[in-house]
Design a protein around this ligand. Sequence first.
Ligand code: OSB
Ligand code: MG
Length: 351
Amino acid sequence: MRLELIHLRLPLVHFFETSFGRVHENETLLVRLEEDGCVGWGECPAGAAPHYSYETVETARYVIAGFWRPEGFGNVRGHPMAKAGVEMALWDLRARKEGRPLRELYGGTRDEIESGVSLGIEERPDDLLARVAEARERGYRRVKVKIKPGWDLDVIEKIRERFPALPLMADANAAYTTADFAHLAKLDAFNLTMLEQPLDHDDLFDHAQLARAMRTPICLDESVKSPADARHALEIGACRIINIKQARVGGPARARQIHDIAREAGAPVWCGGLLESGIGRAHNVALASLPNFTLPGDVSASDRYYREDVIDPPFRLTERGTLSVPRGPGIGVEVREDVIARYTVRRERVL
Ligand code: OSB
Ligand code: MG
């Protein structure tokens, strides 16, 4: 077996700003696993800075290079994105060896997945309105906008005025506190499908309190890091919906456990994203083909992020506002190593 880590820096078509900052390019770590003439690919979409979570491309590289063995990660605590990247590569390798699509190994049931788009904070509300209009014209099934204190009620009100029937939601990336409950409850006036992660990245308890103080359903992202978190969150009413990111929760196996826990609790899930390259995107598409992914996800077409994707063919939005789930072996798309080489910051053989 041969394992390589490839640190990529991919320029974004348009900058992406959340409550924790703006990025113009995305840093991500690819995992390339080769065995018996077959290659499996995974991705740790950890980014350059520990803002979304404590992981970065550098910590993922450090943890995989230093502590991964062919038997697994042993007693490594935390570092879910590092673990997820390797696990994705192992699943892809296995599926390719068996000549089966990943979706089939996961028990996915869909041929296409509903695609939404996540729009960042802009300089001016009008800039965001133009981007919402464009997303709608392209046919995305729902629009998510990033909010933070000072960029919330007024912006949402403007979008609603112009697009009364648009399936719309907001994501705060943990920008609010318990002092903001009354303010957040004013979002109830705008018929949002959900409010994502308004409070602390580690919190469940306060979210349960907030959920009782507003009508808009709460969806958790950052706070659900494990199947146990999902169980606790649903049991105490901290959320009604879960955004599943396999990178955040430590890989596809744990993502599927969370999917099953939510299904048993009667809670829908959707597939989130972390600006992945085509490789992580293909893994997300395979995961999102599972039956309880009943809401449009943040898995958008390749051209929404990058001028040039590292896979062929890139993901394209169908006229139904969906992405097709590839039928080929593994992630079902060809990996363009020539494109990867052009964006590589560092490539290292670990095993
Ligand atoms: O909170 O869902 C998030 C991107 C980077 C970090 C956090 C988040 C996001 C997104 C974009 O919302 C999702 C995507 O389109 O990949
Ligand atoms: Mg989020």
